[in-house]
Design a protein around this ligand. Structure first.
Ligand code: ACO
Length: 327
């Protein structure tokens, strides 16, 4: 099989910052509780006119700036999101229009916080089969629209943002393995409850019967740790790469304590885990690709490095990829 890898990365985070101290004014919480229980210090919130497609388009444009493949030559666009602008058209079709990728087919995937790796692996196999030569994979979520801003159990955890990757053939390295697993028997642990009163973050906006996120945080925590540790181990085994050789792990950023427990359970030094949760909180599907983008930009990941990407989310859904960095 030809080697397929990531050719370029991009990201977009809305400029509006919501700090833990800002949240202290909205719900009964404290900077100390949020910091010690999650590692989060602040998160980004999209402004009222900024839809998920806008975040996705900005991230796509950022990735295309350094991509060897031009927008007009992109052949597939896959967007991972659970907060699309509307049920249809897909966010992917809106991105296609905005960037002028006229040759592409485009669709969305729904896999909550695991969405980016589900989309990445799907795109990789489209390319590997010869169906397309390249793909633009985007993850974008705007959780601020589905959060109950009176529920301290959830509103302190999430933020908005997007990340993007251009995939195509590489001469060395690339995506060495992929692993995806789902457990629908635990679907009730997290979901979006329809039709209940949700109060918006902005008091100027009228409240109504809007859907909002409900979550059993403790049970999810207990599932996330073995789920992510097993996913890394499976992906490494499939790649034939010993865990010792992995120089950087880029995990889904839901909770720094989950990341520490995954490191311990997997037997990988926590220092190898790239963490940016303090800046953005949990940005759902976008978490792992935004973190990957920042890890590469900061020089934490370099050409030839073996990297593990690992995610976990509502569904339940987990995934991991081992990647040998190509640029
Ligand atoms: N501020 C202050 N106190 C709070 C807050 C808050 N924001 N939230 C909860 N508390 C209180 C609770 O009411 C509880 O009080 P009590 O003991 O008097 O009842 C106490 O703090 C402890 O609550 P726990 O739920 O036990 O807190 P925990 O340490 O488990 O942390 C958390 C909660 C952060 C949600 C954690 O369980 C977690 O990160 N879970 C996993 C989340 C996750 O991975 N989600 C899946 C991915 S997301 C996706 O797929 C889109």
């Amino acid at each position: 099989m030809n080697k397929i890898g990531i050719l370029a990365l991009g990201r977009y985070l809305p400029s509006q910052v919501l700090t833990n101290s800002d949240l202290e004014k909205i719900v009964e919480t404290s900077d100390d509780w949020i910091t010690t229980r999650t590692g989060i210090k602040e998160r980004r919130i999209a402004d009222l006119n900024e839809k998920t497609s806008d975040l996705a388009i900005m991230a796509a444009r950022d990735a295309l700036r350094s991509s060897p493949v031009l927008a007009e030559n992109i052949e597939a666009i896959i967007v991972a999101t659970v907060t699309p602008d509307s049920a249809f058209p897909s966010v992917a079709c809106l991105v296609q229009k905005a960037i002028g990728a006229e040759k592409a087919f485009a669709f969305d995937v729904s896999a909550a916080c695991s969405g980016f790796l589900y989309a990445l692996t799907t795109a990789k196999h489209f390319i590997a089969s010869g169906m397309v030569k390249n793909a633009l994979v985007i993850a974008a979520d705007r959780f601020s629209t589905i959060i109950d801003w009176k529920d301290r159990n959830t509103c302190v955890l999430f933020g908005d943002g997007a990340g993007a990757a251009v995939l195509g053939p590489v001469s060395s390295g690339g995506i060495l393995s992929d692993y995806m697993i789902s457990d629908g028997s635990n679907a009730e642990l997290m979901g979006v409850e329809p039709g209940n009163i949700r109060l918006p973050s902005d008091p100027k906006v009228a409240s109504g019967n809007l859907p909002y996120v409900v979550m059993n945080g403790q049970d999810l925590f207990k599932k996330a740790v073995p789920g992510m540790a097993d996913a890394v181990a499976c992906a490494a085994r499939k790649a034939g790469v010993s865990l010792d050789l992995i120089s950087c792990v880029v995990p889904h950023q839901a909770n720094d304590r989950i990341i520490a427990s995954v490191a311990k359970r997997a037997g990988i030094d926590k220092e190898k885990f790239f963490v940016n949760i303090h800046k953005y909180g949990n940005i759902s599907a976008a978490s792992v690709v935004v973190a990957l983008c920042e890890a590469v930009e900061s020089g934490r990941i370099k050409k030839g490095d073996k990297v593990a990407l690992v995610v976990f989310g509502a569904g339940l859904v987990a995934a991991a990829n081992i990647v040998e960095w190509s640029y």
